[in-house]
Write a protein that binds this ligand. Structure first.
Ligand code: SF4
Length: 215
């Protein structure tokens, strides 16, 4: 039974890659945070099932190692709707039958936003990020390989970890000198008994202190 049911849930899609960004999930527990490095998110402009338009597909790191995704490629594949949309920015994942229909052509513009083939996930991890204003992300950074919109899972009470809240946050892994960068307001993390933790600027300074302005 599972065979036909599985295949009927899969959506066939094809189109041009508008952007590739890392697929990283953030877990927060008051002032503590940890990252899950899951792969990459492909922003595609094309056809998905019966719909035409733009959509996001989550893929794993092995697929990126193999195909070296970048803006301008044309791809096709089959993917499944995500089970829990609070935990993914993409609408679809579990991709199979991925094909490169056409490779990207021409020179990669210098940026920003920075295009080209995103680095491996270890590179993102070692670079560290700074918070990025959501509006700046939406206006300037959705195609940049250093931009990332993360699903955030917040454990409100560490003694009762099943009590969770979800939201999305945007971050920049790019050079500190990027003229588009705006931090936006500091972020607050809810805790138990109505307490809240404010993530001050020093957290970002600390996370990226090992990089020079243009790295
Ligand atoms: S602010 Fe960051 S994500 Fe946005 S264009 Fe600059 S480097 Fe890229």
């Amino acid at each position: 039974m599972t065979g036909p049911r599985e295949s009927s849930k899969k959506a066939a899609w094809s189109g041009r890659v508008v952007a590739v960004q890392p697929r990283i999930r953030l877990t927060r527990s008051f002032d503590e945070r940890s990252h899950s490095y899951l792969g990459y998110v492909l922003h595609i402009n094309g056809i998905c099932g019966r719909d035409a338009g733009e959509f996001l597909i989550a893929v794993g790191e092995a697929a990126h190692e193999k195909h070296r995704f970048q803006t301008g490629m044309e791809l096709s594949g089959y993917s499944v709707p995500v089970e829990d949309p609070r935990k993914e920015t993409a609408a679809l994942y579990k991709t199979s039958g991925l094909k490169v229909v056409r490779n990207a052509e021409g020179e990669t513009p210098a940026g920003p936003p920075f295009l080209g083939v995103p680095p491996n996930l270890a590179t993102y991890r070692s670079r560290g990020h700074r918070r990025l204003n959501t509006r700046t992300y939406d206006a300037k950074c959705t195609t940049c390989i250093w931009g990332c919109r993360m699903p955030v899972e917040m454990i409100i009470d560490q003694w009762n970890p099943s009590k969770k809240q979800y939201r999305f946050e945007t971050f920049c892994y790019g050079p500190k000198s990027c003229p588009f960068y705006r931090p936006g307001p500091v972020r607050k993390v809810p805790g138990r008994k109505g307490m809240s933790y404010t993530e001050e600027d020093w957290v970002d300074e600390d996370a990226t202190a090992h990089r020079g302005p243009n790295d």
